[in-house]
Design a protein around this ligand. Structure first.
Ligand SMILES: [Zn+2]
Length: 56
């Protein structure tokens, strides 16, 4: 019987297999969520509508 170490997802705290290639996340979904959070904070893109020239 093999012992699989369980580690906790840094995003949602679910336990998952240590051998998962989505480490340190339980799933790809969590890794995307975290990446989005990170990108959101670092490069928050504010679309400035006033930049568009209104040719009315
Ligand atoms: Zn997770």
């Amino acid at each position: 019987m093999r012992e699989n170490q369980k580690i906790k997802c840094v995003n949602c705290d679910n336990e998952f297999d240590n051998k998962s290639d989505t480490k340190p996340f339980c799933s790809k979904r969590c890794s995307y969520i975290d990446l989005n959070n990170w990108l959101g904070e670092k490069y928050s893109i504010h679309i400035n509508e006033e930049d568009y020239e209104k040719d009315v």
